[in-house]
Design a protein around this ligand. Structure first.
Ligand SMILES: Cc1cc2nc3c(=O)[nH]c(=O)nc-3n(C[C@H](O)[C@H](O)[C@H](O)COP(=O)(O)O)c2cc1C
Length: 129
């Protein structure tokens, strides 16, 4: 399965940084994100050619009652810069799990850490294959 889409980084609720996993909220400009879920992915930033590894969450953030719209939020591994307004291309690699309502911020942080660990392992295996 390959699925690709493009987006521009828009403002989110700014919770991601507090959770330890800053995410870029994407306004989709081309292509179609896959069904709700958490996926490993490659992310290419505008002006760059080499893709970076990432983990993307697609869904209405069911843990938080104040989110009603479907979000596409990508955490780019080992990236600390400001992405606001940048264009990014996302290539989906693998579904990690469903996007679910979790018990709160603590569980979300633990799950996200596990997701990112699994995502890194999957992507690094592809690089040596
Ligand atoms: C790896 C990863 C996994 C996530 N999994 C879930 C999830 O299972 N349930 C959920 O409600 N939100 C999930 N999210 C989304 C978070 O709720 C969201 O990133 C956080 O609230 C920050 O949102 P903000 O950038 O709009 O502030 C996940 C985010 C990431 C990066």
């Amino acid at each position: 399965m390959t699925s690709g889409f493009h987006g521009v980084v828009a403002a989110g609720d700014r919770r991601g940084r507090l959770l330890g996993f800053p995410t870029a909220n994407l306004a989709i400009t081309a292509g179609e994100p896959p069904a709700d879920g958490v996926y490993s992915c490659w992310v290419t930033l505008d002006g760059e050619t080499a893709p970076r590894g990432g983990t993307v969450s697609i869904g209405a953030n069911p843990t938080f009652d104040d989110v009603s719209d479907r979000r596409v939020e990508v955490h780019i591994h080992d990236f600390g810069g400001d992405l606001y307004g940048r264009s990014v291309a996302v290539e989906i690699v693998r579904l990690l799990r469903e996007n679910t309502r979790l018990g709160g911020v603590g569980e979300l942080t633990r799950k996200s850490a596990e997701d990112v660990r699994r995502s890194r392992a999957i992507l690094s295996r592809l690089l040596v294959a």
